[in-house]
Ligand binder design. Structure first.
Ligand SMILES: [Zn+2]
Length: 135
């Protein structure tokens, strides 16, 4: 097999480690993230029964095309913060803006007084400053 052929096999999610059942790509990526390049090359050699030079070539292709450099702790923290913000920041369902104002009970009451049962912000919790909708 050529390095390119082996790369295509690794890139296929169906190529799994017979012992752990884990994707070969995942195994190699983890080894790369742990800076165990020699082990990764050896794994390719063993799995695909190729010589060392071919295995090294495969690993080079993998690095170039598949693997992204491991995330730094700062990047991870940033991602987590972004995920948290996404979770807890309400978005406008109409325009997806986060420029929102929470309608207080007092405002709701005022609206009811002015417009009676037809006041349309009564049941709404948020006002969007971007598209002026209440929801
Ligand atoms: Zn909006």
């Amino acid at each position: 097999m050529t390095a390119e052929e082996i790369y295509n096999k690794i890139n296929n999610i169906k190529t799994k480690d017979p012992e752990t059942g884990e994707g070969v790509y995942i195994i190699l990526r983890d080894l790369y993230y742990e800076h165990k390049e020699n082990e990764a090359v050896l794994y390719i050699q063993t799995y695909f029964k190729c010589d060392e030079d071919t295995a090294k070539e495969v690993f080079l292709i993998l690095k170039k095309r598949l693997f992204r450099p491991p995330p730094s702790p700062e990047q991870i923290a940033l991602c987590n913060a972004a995920a948290l913000a996404m979770k807890y920041t309400p978005h406008c369902p109409y325009c997806n803006s986060t420029n929102l104002h929470r309608i207080t009970t007092l405002e709701k009451a005022a609206d009811t007084v002015l417009f009676g049962v037809y006041g349309n912000t009564r049941k709404c919790q948020w006002h969007c400053y971007n598209c002026n909708s209440d929801f």
